[in-house]
Ligand binder design. Structure first.
Ligand SMILES: *[C@@H]1O[C@H](CO)[C@@H](O)[C@H](O)[C@H]1NC(C)=O
Ligand SMILES: [Cu+2]
Length: 233
């Protein structure tokens, strides 16, 4: 068992990391990296962020943005990775509205401005399956997506994707975040008041339950970290 788990660990370590660099709006993919997504610091080596108290946990950005995508409320927004999502774990989407008078390209989104728009967590094994391990719907996918809530007010938003890799999360600090922020104009929005609003850094604590994961004993449930997904009703 010792040898097996260190072999598994080595295999996991050797896997390629990834970066989210292109958007898909209602199924239409951007052809060039960093068109609407702010260039991330891992744009060359695809490394993840592990320090949840660092400002890199917000957008991991290297420089301000230059472009934006337009999506209607209720539309589908996806992020394409340069590789597949090669680590198991949840994928979550947060949005922050750019306040009036601020520039979508340069707004920093500091403080309690982010609400969780969607979360793709673990799934239970099918009834009767011999392998009782949880499964991750986004594992090995090339892109991940969510539906922009219909009640979100129109306006300029940063949309933050995070894939939390849990393969080395047996101990505090082991979870790796693959994340990026897209610049998006939402049209045809509603009159909801998104919340609760949280801050990056701030909302996650090193060693909290959602950032820890061990394969043994086999976990029977998993709750992703952060606030609940906003529901407008
Ligand atoms: C969104 O993700 C789901 C689950 O992976 C997938 O089945 C669907 O095709 C994706 N939709 C788009 C528009 O990319
Ligand atoms: Cu990796």
């Amino acid at each position: 068992m010792q040898i097996l788990s260190s072999l598994l660990l080595m295999a996991a370590t050797a896997q390629a990391h990834y970066r989210f660099s292109k958007l898909i709006v209602d199924g239409v993919a951007e052809t060039k990296e960093w068109t609407s997504i702010r260039t991330t610091k891992n744009y060359q080596d695809d490394h993840g962020v592990t320090d949840v108290s660092s400002t890199d946990i917000r957008c991991f950005q290297m420089k301000p943005g230059t472009g934006f995508a337009t999506v209607a409320a209720g539309g589908n927004l996806g992020f394409i990775a340069d590789q597949t999502v090669s680590h198991p774990g949840p994928v979550q989407f947060y949005m922050a509205r750019v306040p009036d008078g601020h520039d979508l390209n340069t707004w920093e989104a500091a403080g309690n401005v982010w609400f969780k728009a969607a979360s793709i967590g673990a799934e239970q094994p099918p009834a009767g399956a011999t392998n009782r391990a949880l499964t991750w719907p986004t594992y090995h996918q090339r892109s991940v997506n969510f539906t922009v809530p219909t009640a979100v007010p129109s306006g300029d938003y940063l949309v933050r994707v995070e894939s939390i890799a849990l393969h080395q999360a047996q101990q505090a600090g082991g979870a790796q975040f693959y994340l990026a922020c897209a610049q998006v104009k939402v049209t045809g929005g509603g009159t909801g008041t998104p919340g609760p609003l949280v801050a990056f850094p701030g909302v996650y604590r090193s060693g909290e339950a959602g950032l820890l994961f061990a394969n043994y004993p086999v976990p029977t449930s998993y709750t992703p970290p952060g606030p609940p997904v906003w529901t407008s009703s």
